[in-house]
Structures are given as structure tokens and as C-alpha cells.
Write a protein that binds this ligand. Structure first.
Ligand SMILES: NC(=O)C1=CN([C@@H]2O[C@H](COP(=O)(O)OP(=O)(O)OC[C@H]3O[C@@H](n4cnc5c(N)ncnc54)[C@H](O)[C@@H]3O)[C@@H](O)[C@H]2O)C=CC1
Ligand SMILES: O=C(CO)COP(=O)(O)O
Length: 331
């Protein structure tokens, strides 16, 4: 199998390194020629993974056509809200039986579609060719070759197994699953819950509050997932609670850090400026997840609170008061 990883932010670069370490010939696509040159010539990505040595076998190009030429596995590693526009430019160069693997964790703003739905719609690929990879995978730790597991979900289990083979290494252990919806909803909603954890932590609150947010965040994630046709068991796995715990607990998480800045009292603009060009997907997905939940009559109070803090000017302290003054109910 030959892989093209389309997007050289932190996760695209880290996954390209995993594929190389797994023995899969891999080309990384970077928008900027100067970044492609640094990756190919010096085996570093100083913008997104500073201080990390990339495999010598990894090369990068700035022409999408060159990257996609002959690729059996096309890894979509650009942020969620830009995936549709990027794919429209790539679609004619993607082979008729290539597997399309989504790394993005978000829900599209205007359409409320999951990333595999966007991929299938734009490329015309059947569901059996479209997969998602999701799990507790903070890019920097994976790029440092720290042990981690993940899930590759595809309705075609054999195709998921081929992707699993292409990215299994001594430190990276992918499991397969056929629950694409559950894996994607787990990945998208945990970013929103990580924002909530960051807000609480930035406001000086402790571990009881964080554990309560994580647990109730999981409950609302499962409610939405099941309403969309996901299996509840998926949320007990790596793409559910695994990713939720990693992201909500780690200072490496961009979503948690973003929320923490808001909790400290900084404005949305100030929090955005501090990201150094990195994406905190939950800031946009809190609104699309909230709208998706409303469309399916699912209650998601934490997601609603995060949306109101990010986009309606609600203060973090007021959001906490509003959450705790909701009517009591059984767990
Ligand atoms: N970084 C991580 O630890 C993980 C990230 N993800 C997901 O991977 C996806 C990609 O994020 P990262 O690699 O982390 O990105 P990043 O935040 O490290 O960097 C952003 C990347 O997106 C590119 N970009 C921005 N706008 C673009 C556009 N319109 N078209 C093409 N490229 C554009 C930038 O050039 C840069 O390469 C996100 O959905 C994220 O949630 C998933 C698992 C782990
Ligand atoms: O998805 C991630 C870890 O699995 C990365 O989370 P952040 O985007 O919040 O850094």
C-alpha cells in the first residue's frame, strides 16, 4: 500500500511518521513549499512538531497532484471546516479504489455532516471506501513514539484491516471497528467537552469538577451518538472515553488550553491569537454539534454551555451557575 497524507499540521505529520515506521511508503502534502522542503531535506516540521526528528524515509511535496499520484490510501489531515474545499481540488486525482481515511475531529458547520459524510459526498466514494481513525492520540506524544492505541472504523471491515496493517508499529496499535458514526461523534464531541474542562480549570476549579464534566460529557456524547445510529459500546472504547480522558486531562490538548484561556478571563479573540495557527476544532464544532443535537431532539447541556461561552458572550462563571441550577434528575 502507498499512502498520501494530505495536510502537514501536527497530526498529519505524526501519522505520516507512523505510516513510514510501519513500512508503508508515504508522501506528505504541505501547502507551503518551504515546509515541504524542511520535511524532505531536514526531517523536521518546526512549525507543528518542533524538536522532533521525523523518519528519514518521509518526504513531502507541495503539489497535491504529485502526492496523490498512485496513492492507495489517501489520509485526509486538514481541519474539518476546510476539508470540503480541499477535497474538491483533490477529487479528480484520487484513484477509483483508493481508501479515504479521515483524521479530522469535527462536524461541518453549514451542513452538520460528519467528515466521512463530507468525503463520500465530495468524492462520490461509497461508504465501504471511507474510513476514520480516532482515539487518544495527542500528536506530539505519538510523534515521540510513545505507546498509544487507536481505532480505525469502516463499514468494510477488511478495508479497515488493510489500513490497520499499514499503520501498526511497535508503539502504535490500531484496533478496527465498523461503527463509523460512533468513532466520529466521539472524536468531535470530546473536543467540546475538553473546552469545558479547560474553562473550569482556567477558572480555578479542581478535580471533582473536571471528573463531573468528563462523566456528564460522556453521557451527552452517548445520547447524541445513539440518536444518530452509533453503538453505545463504542463510547466505552478508545474513540470514546479513551480520547475524552486524554484530551480533557492533557495540557497538550489545544481544545483544553483554549478553554483554559477563556476560563482565565481572556476573550475569544485573545484565546484564538494564542493558538499559533493550530486548530481547536471544538470552538466551531460546539455550534454544529449543538445544532445536530437540536435536530435530533437530544439534550446536550455542556455543549450548549460551551457554545454560549464561545459565541454568545456568556461568562464562564455564569455558565457554571446555569448548569448547576438545572432541574434535578436521575443519573
Ligand atoms: N494534533 C493532534 O493531536 C490531533 C489532531 N487531530 C485532528 O486532526 C485534524 C488536523 O489537525 P492538526 O494536524 O492537529 O492541525 P494543526 O492544528 O497542527 O495545524 C493546522 C494545519 O491545518 C492547515 N490548514 C489550515 N487551514 C487550512 C486550509 N484551509 N486548507 C488546508 N490546510 C489548512 C495548516 O496549514 C496546518 O497544517 C483536526 O481535525 C484535529 O482535530 C486528531 C487527533 C490528534
Ligand atoms: O484529538 C486529539 C487527541 O486525541 C488532540 O486534541 P486537541 O485538538 O485538543 O489537541
Amino acid at each position: 500500500m502507498r499512502a498520501a497524507v494530505m495536510g502537514s499540521g501536527s497530526w498529519g505529520t505524526a501519522m505520516a511518521a507512523v505510516l513510514c515506521d510501519a513500512g508503508t511508503p508515504t508522501v506528505l502534502w504541505a501547502r507551503r513549499p518551504e515546509l515541504a522542503a524542511r520535511i524532505t531535506d531536514d526531517h523536521v516540521n518546526p512549525d507543528y512538531l518542533p524538536g522532533i526528528d521525523l523518519p528519514a524515509s518521509l518526504s513531502a511535496v507541495s503539489s497535491a497532484r504529485d502526492a496523490l499520484d498512485g496513492a492507495d490510501l489517501v489520509v485526509c489531515a486538514v481541519p474539518s471546516q476546510s476539508l470540503r474545499a480541499n477535497l474538491a481540488g483533490w477529487r479528480d486525482q484520487i484513484g477509483p479504489d483508493a481508501t479515504l481515511l479521515s483524521l479530522a475531529k469535527g462536524v461541518e458547520s453549514d451542513t452538520l455532516k460528519r467528515m466521512t459524510e463530507v468525503i463520500a459526498e465530495v468524492t462520490g466514494a461509497g461508504d465501504d471506501r471511507v474510513a476514520v481513525l480516532s482515539g487518544p492520540n495527542l500528536a506530539r506524544e505519538v510523534a515521540q513514539r510513545q505507546p498509544a492505541a487507536t481505532v480505525i472504523a469502516c463499514t468494510d471491515e477488511q478495508r479497515a484491516q488493510r489500513v490497520q496493517d499499514a499503520c501498526s508499529t511497535a508503539y502504535f496499535r490500531p484496533y478496527t471497528n465498523i461503527d463509523v458514526i460512533g468513532c466520529e461523534i466521539g472524536g468531535a464531541v470530546k473536543n467540546v467537552i475538553a473546552l469545558a474542562c479547560g474553562m473550569a480549570s482556567g477558572a480555578g476549579l479542581g478535580e471533582n469538577t473536571l471528573a463531573s464534566i468528563i462523566t456528564r460529557g460522556l453521557a451527552e456524547t452517548i445520547r447524541l451518538g445513539e440518536a444518530l445510529g452509533a453503538r453505545a459500546e463504542t463510547f466505552a472504547g478508545l474513540a470514546g472515553v479513551g480520547d475524552l480522558v486524554a484530551t480533557c486531562s492533557s495540557p497538550l490538548s489545544r481544545n483544553r488550553s483554549f478553554g483554559s484561556r477563556l476560563g482565565e478571563g481572556r476573550s475569544l479573540v485573545e484565546a484564538q491569537e494564542a493558538t499559533n495557527g493550530q486548530v481547536a476544532e471544538g470552538v466551531k464544532s460546539c455550534s454544529s454539534v449543538r445544532a445536530l443535537a437540536a435536530a435530533h431532539d437530544v439534550e446536550m447541556p455542556l455543549t450548549d454551555a460551551v457554545h454560549r461561552v464561545c459565541h454568545d458572550g456568556l461568562g464562564v462563571r455564569d455558565a457554571i451557575v446555569a448548569l448547576l441550577s438545572r432541574s434535578t434528575k436521575p443519573e
